[in-house]
Design a protein around this ligand. Structure first.
Ligand SMILES: Cc1ncc(C[n+]2csc(CCOP(=O)(O)OP(=O)(O)O)c2C)c(N)n1
Ligand SMILES: [Mg+2]
Length: 325
């Protein structure tokens, strides 16, 4: 969680310096990606929403390649084709989310259904925010998941906002997990800032899905303490005292306190974690910034099975040597 927190801080600083075009921070919401990384098995699939991409790091994806996505460099597994902060990699079974809110949910259900038909015993996790529960895809996905009894666990981070819209202005329900009852999917609310509670709840729900008991819905109650993204200014629509009121519930502070009291975690241990994390991030940024963008002539690769008319001539028309794809 410290690693994710510091990474978000450093990327936000790079954005201010003009070295990164866009970034979405998960300040205060670091517990969910870590819990996902620890509660699932390697062969399970994760369909992240806006704030869970860092599950890739917990699953062992190299930080430098993760940053390559932020910079859109040639080292990026998506070769700079995706929007910034939409990290994904087949190597760690993490699917790219789409900017269109909720679209990952039917995809996750379809994948889970395939897992069931093939008998792999794997589970798909479909992540979403509170705002996504008001999208059409949400309802289609939950209904289909229930009918097919697909091994999918929906993990909804209720961070109280969908950009500037507070939860109370987009739905009449008091708790988002109530919505799953309409589809006969068992749901519960968990403290989304308590990583241990999250791991426990996820393990139970994932085990049930794996053992053939169908889908489940977890609402992780948390708070988006930062802006929606680097393009947002929350002071225009909320009182920042509200965000500060969530600081005592910070997931890092709470785990640290637990580790101190129960496992004798000392200030020197904490300092060592901070030092290691900052050194790792600094080295990864320097390495990632040295890699060039993908070559222009690669633009149409991975897009068409066979090149449509007009593309080879467009490529040939650009200055310099062109490679016909
Ligand atoms: C279908 C669709 N409608 C609207 C938007 C604009 N939009 C981008 S992010 C967002 C809010 C998402 O809120 P939530 O699901 O709560 O996730 P959070 O950002 O809080 O993690 C909206 C409305 C969009 N990208 N797609
Ligand atoms: Mg939200």
């Amino acid at each position: 969680m410290v690693r994710i927190r510091r990474l978000d801080e450093r990327m936000t600083a790079l954005h201010r310096q003009g070295r990164v075009g866009f970034y979405g921070s998960a300040l205060g919401q670091e517990a969910v990606p870590v819990a996902l990384g620890l509660a699932l098995r390697e062969t399970d699939w994760v369909f992240p929403a806006l704030r869970e991409s860092s599950v890739m790091l917990v699953r062992g994806f190299a930080l430098e390649r993760y940053l390559a996505q932020v910079f859109g460099s040639d080292a990026d597994v998506q070769r700079g084709r995706q929007m910034p902060s939409h990290m994904a990699a087949r190597a760690v079974n993490v699917v790219s989310w789409s900017s269109c809110i909720g679209t990952q949910l039917p995809h996750a259900v379809g994948a889970a259904w395939a897992m069931k038909l093939r008998g792999t015993g794997d589970v798909a996790v479909a992540c979403l925010g509170d705002g996504a529960t008001s999208s059409g895809d949400f309802h289609a996905a939950l209904n289909f998941a229930a009918v097919a009894q697909a091994p999918v666990v929906f993990v909804c981070q209720n961070n109280h906002y969908a950009i500037s819209t507070p939860v109370a202005r987009q739905t009449r329900v008091q708790s988002l997990f109530e919505k799953s009852a309409a589809y006969a999917i068992p749901g519960e609310r968990v403290d989304g800032n308590d990583v241990l509670a999250l791991i426990r709840a996820l393990r139970e729900r994932v085990r049930d899905a794996r053992e053939g008991r169908g889908p489940a819905f977890l609402e992780a109650l948390t708070y988006r303490r930062g802006p929606h993204s680097s393009s947002d200014d929350p002071s225009r629509y909320r009182d920042e005292a509200e965000a500060r009121a969530w600081e005592p519930w910070d997931p890092l502070t709470r785990l640290e306190r637990y580790l101190e009291e129960v496992h004798g975690f000392a200030a020197t241990d904490r300092a060592a974690v901070e030092r290691d994390v900052q050194q790792e991030i600094t080295a990864a940024i320097h390495a990632a910034e040295r890699v060039n963008p993908p070559a222009l002539e690669t633009l149409f690769e991975d897009v068409y099975a066979s090149s449509p008319r007009g593309i080879p001539s467009q490529l040939a028309a650009r200055e310099g040597p062109a490679k016909v794809c």
